[in-house]
Design a binder for this molecule. Sequence first.
Ligand code: ARG
Length: 467
Amino acid sequence: MADDTTDTKSSNQMWGGRFASGPDAIMEEINASIGFDKKLFAQDIRGSIAHATMLAHQGIISAEDKDKIVHGLNTILSEIESGNFEFSRQLEDIHMNVEARLATLIGPAAGRLHTARSRNDQVALDFRLWVKEELEKTEQMLTGLIAAFLDRAEEHAESVMPGFTHLQTAQPVTFGHHCMAYVEMFGRDRSRVRHAIEHLDESPIGAAALAGTGYPIDRHMTAKALGFREPTRNSIDTVSDRDFAIEFLSIAAIAGMHLSRLAEEIVIWSTPQFGFVRLSDAFSTGSSIMPQKKNPDAAELVRAKTGRINGSLVALLTIMKGLPLAYSKDMQEDKEQVFDAAESLELAIAAMTGMVRDMTVNTARMKAAAGSGYSTATDLADWLVREAGLPFRDAHHVTGRAVALAESKGCDLAELPLSDLQAIHPDITDKVYDVLTVEASVASRKSFGGTAPSEVRRQIAFWRARN
Ligand code: ARG
């Protein structure tokens, strides 16, 4: 349980003024967050440097104390970065670990750093900065995944594959078109990320415990120094708000859902039964008993990560549900959810980008599959509407009879002799065979956003310009 010893006799050196004794071991264990919030050390130190600089600028602390504080904080930063910092659970969290070390390094001046702030606005700041950086990283990673799809789409703008609904062969499409569907999905994820960055781009520091402060602080100055657009406007909301974390998790959950659909398709496509793609050795594994196997483990794990991310989203929504304003300690449980989801999302995007870039596409298998299952039946119905003037519903019925006949003969629609087709409808001519090939079917679907190679290329150009 405990990773350092607890001195139950002495009270907390940071807030223990009114306490006669220290906490019970269990109290310390349930209360401490240092085990996970040490991840926020860089943001914590950056925030403190900005705060101290502002305090000195406003004449709230002396320039001399500010210099000592900033120097001490930079020392601590390099101590932590180089692994030469001893985190203490008795000091609860990252904020008090840093401040206690500062006191050891620079003496009494350290005690002035916490003027006009509270851990409530401090943690809101640190966590916001962390989530903002993570969103920026996610944006970049999504851009990489989109680029991988654009390259594959360009390469396969003309490669015909079966398009599915209900996972049953529906109509022929191109693999390029299918890739571009994912570009749209991950493009939406990326714009959600950008909106989330805009939403959270307000600085919490200076809200203090919840009510603001009587010191003449300048919140615009700290906001600017920390790269925020502006300070938050309501001090109560500032310390009780975790929307930015929940938005991150919602975005991660939606992106995770998209990734899991891609993962599932890759799992299906890479089966010997489908054989549409072959994963590279770099993104598959073998079986310890069956030598012939090549397993899509990475895709399966991406599919599973979605479960973890959804769990984190539901956990944080539940943690926040019903909390009275403003800060409650419940909110300390926000970080592990976000850290875990961020790690899962990063891994999932990276693994998928690699798989998409590396996989070998078997265009012959895709084309053969595209032609089976009467995938050009709609083209026959459309031909009857266009060339024989039938209402679509009648054409649908006639085509259904042609499909039934082909099925009973065990052949494709294009293999039915003209006499058979004319027996079903006398207006059918041999021109109909032109629309029964998968290439003709695909090339004809030139409607905006359709599967025709010319249209797919237009969409690729649009996304290249955006990416
Ligand atoms: N470790 C705390 C957290 O993560 C920091 C804020 C503590 N504030 C307080 N009033 N006890 O939420």
